[in-house]
Design a protein around this ligand. Structure first.
Ligand SMILES: [Zn+2]
Ligand SMILES: [Zn+2]
Length: 267
């Protein structure tokens, strides 16, 4: 009798165990899937159409796609040290002395970095424009860290050399409303985070931007066309694509306007 009872209890225990496994395991599966999805997606991507290449824009706070344009939102803040951060910020780093960009004595423009609200809407399938629009003042593209790219001019179309002495240790600076930006090679990306031959971002026309090095050679503007780019295969686009390069010599990033039809930027 006792033996039968023990056997019955054992059977019940096994049945319960199976029941627990049947009920609990799928729950754990769901939970695990949910947590891994949220941890692997640092930005909200509302559409499956957001192509892998754009996920390199690690500074984006959100990215969505309607299949024609990708909409990238950023706060415009650099992810590196700068003498333009407010002195209370942990990323503040003083930069006295000589600038490495032009060898002039560094001079502050007295514009501390401030949080921005930038929305870049750029074509997913960039195409050459029949009429090449001039680049505007303000953002003309977005770097992978979410900082905007600017064109080759200081205010009032003055040559950038007039304000080059205000560039910080990573060759960026902020303008009057605290918007940090790169007119020239973003050194944090090319020397610390990535390399001088890496994809660095996109201009508003959707064409990618690379550092100054290609196949072991440091390019200059004379290697590029009037818009400061050319069409070759790249590591990211093995079938070839038009792309811009940063160069040490003017116009640094873009020449006579956008190669392609540009999207929009709102702020
Ligand atoms: Zn500037
Ligand atoms: Zn190239």
């Amino acid at each position: 009798m006792k033996k039968i009872k023990t056997a019955a209890i054992t059977l019940l225990t096994i049945q319960l165990g199976v029941l627990i496994m049947v009920v609990i395991l799928p729950l754990q599966g769901c939970k695990k899937e949910a947590s891994s999805t949220s941890s692997s997606t640092s930005v909200s991507t509302s559409s499956a159409a957001v192509r892998t290449i754009y996920k390199r824009i690690y500074g984006a706070t959100s990215m969505t796609s309607d299949g024609t344009y990708i909409t990238i939102k950023t706060n415009g803040l650099p992810d590196h040290k700068s003498c333009y951060w407010p002195t209370s910020d942990s990323l503040y780093q003083a930069f006295p002395g000589t600038t490495t960009f032009d060898g002039l004595t560094w001079q502050s423009n007295n514009n501390p970095i401030a949080t921005q609200s930038l929305t870049f809407k750029i074509p997913i399938n960039p195409a050459v424009a029949s009429t090449h629009a001039a680049t505007p003042f303000g953002p003309i593209g977005v770097a992978l860290n979410g900082v905007p790219f600017y064109n080759q001019y200081a205010a009032m179309y003055a040559a950038l050399t007039t304000e080059a002495q205000t560039l910080d240790q990573y060759w960026g600076h902020a303008q009057f409303s605290g918007q940090y930006h790169y007119h020239v090679e973003p050194l944090y990306l090319t020397q610390t985070k990535l390399t001088r031959s890496s994809l660095l971002g996109f201009l508003l026309d959707g064409f990618p931007v690379y550092g100054p090095e290609e196949n072991g050679k440091i390019l200059t503007s004379s290697d590029l066309d009037a818009y400061h780019g050319h069409t070759t295969a790249t590591a990211d686009y093995p079938n070839g694509i038009y792309h811009y390069h940063f160069t040490q010599d003017a116009p640094y990033l873009n020449g006579s306007g956008f190669y392609g039809t540009e999207g929009t930027v709102t702020q």
